[in-house]
Write a protein that binds this ligand. Sequence first.
Ligand SMILES: [Zn+2]
Length: 335
Amino acid sequence: MVATSILMLVLTLSGCLNGDGETEPLDSADLGVPEAGAGVDGFDWTGLNASYPYDALTQYCLDAGNCTYWDGQFHQGTVYELDTTVLDAVVLPVPAAEPVSATTAAGMATSAWSLVETYAADWFVDAWELNTYVVGQDVPSADAVSDPEIIVLSESGQRSTSIGLNAEQVACSVTDGLPTEAQSAAFVPGSLATRVYPVHEHDGMAIFAAECITGGFRCLALNFSGALGGNNDLYDLVAHEVGHCLGLSHVGDALDFNARFVPVADIMAYADNPSRVSCASNLNARVMEGIYAELAGQERPAWMDAVDHMGMDPWEYETVDCPLPPPGILARQTT
Ligand SMILES: [Zn+2]
């Protein structure tokens, strides 16, 4: 049942991102747990162990022709170029049945990205900093108020705001909410940003990022359905969005690129397991080291230029265990 709903979710989301309507959603096949040394299709999985948090290794991309990576590794790439190693994230109150616990969950999902340092190089731990401020619970710094790099904004139910506005308008003209009508009316394309990223939207979330003339990189993560599914769903949704805002791409099951093998428990995967919340992995840490290397005075790693995505052997893969958010009303009803 759980496997079925995961598959359904994967197929639904794949279809959702598939804007041109031409690529068929990918089916998945369970390869089972490889025996030590037995190999799967020529790959030697010796050493794959409990550090990989799912029982089964799932093959997502089934034929080499449709697969960006037809190898035995996990992959992840980048979506944004950041301009600072010190990031302020402002989490706005979540309109939910239990707003305090939902807002706490959204704050936890954001600040949990600091745990990526568990796997990061010393220079990254020294240079990189994520300060999370939950409006109504924390007192933000002056910097965070005037120039937040990341804003997490939640709506309950259908997406009702920001339709018709582009990423430049949304990301660059907000500090404490969406742009006012007057701001939108006065908007001249190109007046607010030097670089505008495409809006990234799927699964009840939309991410608007731009290099704003005032304030530099800014990313607004709009979540418009997560509060409806309970706090674990909300947590995973917000953590996934914030992962994008930190510069991370998906991990090969979202049709932005396709990998034969996918770390399905990764927070940047499309697959979802409602029994747990997903948290930063060492794959995320390697990619973030690439994103922030030059900003921290380090050499840009070769994979950033040579190939589009970082590769990692599955048996190297690990994730942090995150604390669960407080249960919400919906979470209690379903357990
Ligand atoms: Zn995504």
